[in-house]
Write a protein that binds this ligand. Structure first.
Ligand code: PDD
Length: 280
């Protein structure tokens, strides 16, 4: 096991020494939330937006935020390396109760775990990747970044089993997001993404793409995308903090348009990379 330094409940220690009780509610119930925050050469990308989403996720599961924004930033700092592109993974669970019981325990501290890993550039970035579509089998609070990820995991593994990089999830006839990504499609020349609701995670990369589209005069819209419209899209992308903006060139074994990353993706990827550089 890689023996990097991680943060657990107030201490920095080697990963192999970071231990949590088997009575932790994260372990027993998946009772917790998490965040993934990219850091480019030591600069945390859209940190305030990530911390705001963390606050919303914690409120969504009725768990008090154990730290102020300043304290979170101070916890992350020693884990970052200004020479690397990395991502912070942080997890807060409802802590270690004295016995297994579904109801919330009283007066126990949350478990706080933070680790930092290197961002490995995603292999499919330039050539695009394949995706499958699936009925969304997840729960009704997808806006909460819960550690309880079985639904997402089973969707992603089904994609992998089909030789694909992502599963696009369809709910009530509309594509909502990927198993671990938000989705964009270019339909009739307009860059579309589903609106925020409890059916999707409000992705930070998604927000940045929309802001960059508006400031660069790329026609865009937040609107439901019927699955039938997705099938006629000239471009489909998925996006996330760790993979950035990935073109989907094949959906359900059929090419998307000519089966190559499209011109809007090329522009947006350049704009996005330049924007990242501008923040350093
Ligand atoms: N996941 N939707 C889902 C279900 C996700 O899991 C993610 C990211 C996103 C994109 O959000 P953002 O742009 O803020 O990363 C959308 C992270 C990377 C993960 O679980 O590892």
């Amino acid at each position: 096991m890689e023996n990097k330094i991680v943060y657990l409940n107030g201490d920095y220690l080697p990963l192999a020494e970071a231990k949590v009780s088997v009575l932790d509610r994260g372990f027993l119930f998946g009772d917790g939330v998490y965040e993934v925050i990219p850091s480019y050469h030591g600069h945390l990308f859209h940190l305030q937006a990530h911390l705001e989403r963390l606050e919303n996720s914690l409120a969504g599961i009725r768990l008090a935020n154990p730290h102020s924004r300043e304290q979170w930033e101070a916890i992350f700092a020693p884990l970052l390396d200004s020479k690397l592109n990395q991502y912070i993974y942080l997890q807060v669970t409802r802590g270690v109760a004295s016995k297994r019981d579904h109801g919330f325990p009283e007066n126990i501290p949350a478990t706080v775990f933070v680790m930092c890993s290197e961002i490995v550039p995603f292999a499919g970035l330039n050539d695009g990747v394949k995706a499958i579509s699936m009925d969304d089998t997840r729960w009704q609070f997808c806006n909460v970044k819960a550690i309880t990820l079985l639904g997402n995991i089973l969707h992603r593994q089904a994609a992998i089993d089909h030789g694909c990089a992502e599963a696009l999830l369809v709910k009530d006839g509309n594509v909502v997001e990927g198993a671990a990504s938000n989705v964009f499609a270019v339909i009739d020349g307009v860059l579309c993404t589903p609106p925020k609701s409890n059916a999707i995670l409000p992705g930070i990369t998604r927000d940045v793409i929309l802001e960059l589209a508006i400031s660069n005069n790329i026609a865009c819209s937040e609107a439901d995308i019927p699955f039938a419209a997705l099938q006629t899209a000239s471009e489909i992308w998925v996006c996330s903090s760790t993979r950035e903006i990935i073109p989907i060139v094949e959906l359900d074994a059929k090419p998307v348009a000519n089966g190559k990353p499209g011109p809007v993706w090329h522009s947006m990827n350049q704009i996005f990379q330049a924007y990242k550089q501008s923040l350093l």
